[in-house]
Write a protein that binds this ligand. Structure first.
Ligand code: ZN
Length: 197
């Protein structure tokens, strides 16, 4: 007699379950520590924390948050002068948001990261990445050349948001956050609800 077939596990890295609330609190504490470190000039240590929390978010099936965290890690690596690691994190941020179907977010994160590379004098690195991202984005009908996608014409003006998330101290980019209602957004890095001022 044949044994019934067991359902196969999906291939690829094993995805763990959703993060339980204590793990989310721990992540918030780690992120606020990293943001403080970045502010006080310890960018490398901060970058490593951001990258680690990004890994965890990706493993637990929160790719959009992982993508924002990887972009944040890239910023901190760039500040610390680790341009190769910064580039790797930017690539990862773009890849994660594309895979999650967040095409416009991928374009925004790529755009901001390229501007930051250029600001710090890494023009050659920025040009190489630009070519790479343009090719990836063109496949999904977007282009970096058009610049970041702004709010829709005629959209209702949004209330002003605080510059920082009160829970994790991460920056709030109004174009990159998810609005949960007319006056509040979800922090892109830690998931806390941030109220407009
Ligand atoms: Zn936050």
């Amino acid at each position: 007699m044949r044994r019934p077939m067991r359902p196969r596990r999906p291939r690829g890295p094993r995805r763990r379950g959703p993060l339980p609330p204590p793990a989310l609190d721990a992540a918030r504490r780690e992120l606020s520590r990293a943001n403080r470190l970045l502010e006080s000039g310890q960018a490398l240590e901060a970058a490593e924390i951001f990258a680690r929390v990004a890994d965890r978010a990706a493993q637990h099936g929160i790719p959009v948050r992982a993508s924002h965290l990887a972009a944040r890690a890239a910023q901190a690596f760039l500040v610390s002068g680790e341009v190769d690691r910064a580039q790797a994190q930017v690539r990862r941020a773009v890849r994660l948001s594309l895979r999650a179907g967040q095409m416009a977010l991928a374009a925004r994160l790529a755009h901001r990261a390229l501007a930051e590379l250029e600001e710090r004098g890494y023009s050659a690195e920025a040009a190489a990445l630009r070519e790479e991202f343009d090719a990836q984005l063109q496949r999904v009908g977007l282009s970096l050349a058009e610049g970041p996608v702004g709010p829709a014409q005629g959209a209702t003006p949004r209330p002003e948001l605080p510059a920082q998330c009160p829970a994790c101290l991460g920056p709030v980019h109004p174009d990159e956050v998810e609005w949960v209602d007319r006056t509040s957004v979800k922090c892109a890095y830690c998931g806390s609800i941030i109220k407009a001022q």
